[in-house]
Write a protein that binds this ligand. Sequence first.
Ligand code: SF4
Length: 151
Amino acid sequence: MPRVISLDEKPEAVDVSMEADLSHHGLPKLIGIIDLVRKGGRIVDFKTSSTTPNPEKVEHLHETQLSSYAVLYRDAVGKKESGLELHHLVKLKTPKLVVSSFPPMTESQKTRLFRIMESYQEGVERRDWIPSPSPMTCACCEYFNECRKWS
Ligand code: SF4
């Protein structure tokens, strides 16, 4: 497997826990752990997968997480990240590494993240629990029995 990060590259941070106070946006505190910040402020998240990530969907699927990391990084460091990367280790017969690179979070992505958080928060406050079945999430859900009794 070709090496993506050279051995002599010094990271800015590894497995670092960060918090951002978003009360001035009317939002709860954002907390997260960033896997790696590469030299120059490139935020990396490592993932494992049994299938090759779909290049058209990978950004959509992980945007909430990557935007959260960008918000955390900017709050902690006081500057914009230089980019965002997903490193998928794909566990096939012959394993491979797929790197997806994205530019820094845009203002509209930030707004989108804050609106998602706002909606979750409002839903929690008004106890807006509704079943939203999907084969993937229900397969490992701890609340299956409670969910079946919901009405
Ligand atoms: S079983 Fe769990 S994941 Fe599935 S709809 Fe109910 S709460 Fe959601």
